[in-house]
Design a protein around this ligand. Structure first.
Ligand SMILES: [Zn+2]
Length: 267
């Protein structure tokens, strides 16, 4: 993608020195695509909620302040990362995904209008192709971000997931958009991307029973980001994504801190 500013500073050849990159990054706009973790964070209906318990908070008997907490969490709740081993035996676990796969130019595909009319919307190859007609071929190493608009329902679990029930009953009532298996297959067959993320609880739509999109993407070695936020602030192209999951050895997924880097606004 020609307009990626981090790359553009390097096309000057020898002028591409390290201080230039440092300066670009210092002046860049950084957008957090990560939700906070607390006891209200969205987890799968069959999972346990995030826990954050106080170990110590206050003045010590030595006269200084000290605070420390402990947390526990399922791998696949809140803003999180799916490693290929999540749905592919022998696939990379979180710790084995190379750092080179944890970043890339953003391709922001806006399907919020389609999803506002249909909670069960399946994002199609046509939606991907529409982006390409306007912006060119999805570049190698890209991070595709699917903006469904559901990020705005985050604090309203019923609207965000379709249900307030827990357990298998809750799973049966999940209704939110996702990426169709057909589009997943097209992406993995014809494009070379690092990851696909979106602002819903799962890359498969809520009513999926076979998680075919997860299976197709992980079979191809892609990683997946779920429960993202602030996608509505991103342009269709020109942002750079850095997505760093907790490095859980053997993990099938992990809590994820993910940011978008954008050129500074013109002054
Ligand atoms: Zn997951």
């Amino acid at each position: 993608m020609k307009k990626i500013f981090l790359v553009s500073i390097c096309i000057i050849g020898f002028a591409c020195s390290r201080p230039d990159l440092v300066k670009e990054l210092q002046n860049a706009r950084w957008i957090d695509l990560t939700h906070e973790f607390d006891s209200t964070t969205v987890y799968w209906p069959t999972d346990v909620n995030f826990r954050h318990d106080t170990v110590f908070y206050g003045m010590t008997d030595k006269g200084y302040f000290y605070s420390s907490f402990k947390y526990s969490a399922e791998e696949h709740g809140g803003t999180h990362f799916d490693a290929p081993v999540h749905f592919r035996k022998g696939g990379n676990s979180v710790d084995n995904v190379p750092v080179s796969q944890l970043h890339g130019p953003a391709v922001l595909i806006d399907v919020s209008e389609q999803c506002s009319k249909n909670r069960d919307y399946l994002i199609l190859t046509d939606d991907i192709n529409n982006w390409e007609h306007q912006h060119g071929k999805i570049p190698d190493g890209a991070v595709i971000l699917l903006y469904t608009g559901y990020e705005k329902f985050w604090n309203d679990h019923l609207r965000y997931t379709g249900t307030l029930k827990k357990g298998p009953e809750g799973v049966a009532e999940l209704h939110f958009p996702g990426l169709s298996p057909e589009a997943s297959k097209w992406i993995t067959d014809y494009r070379k991307v690092n990851a696909i993320g979106l602002d819903t609880p799962s890359i498969d739509f809520g009513q999926s029973k076979d998680f075919k999109t997860h299976r197709l993407l992980t079979e191809a070695g892609l990683t997946i980001y779920e429960n993202l936020c602030n996608l509505g602030e991103l342009p269709p192209e020109g942002a750079y994504i850095v997505a760093l999951p907790m490095k859980i050895k053997g993990g099938s997924g992990a809590p994820l801190r993910i940011v978008a880097i954008l050129p500074p606004l013109p002054q």
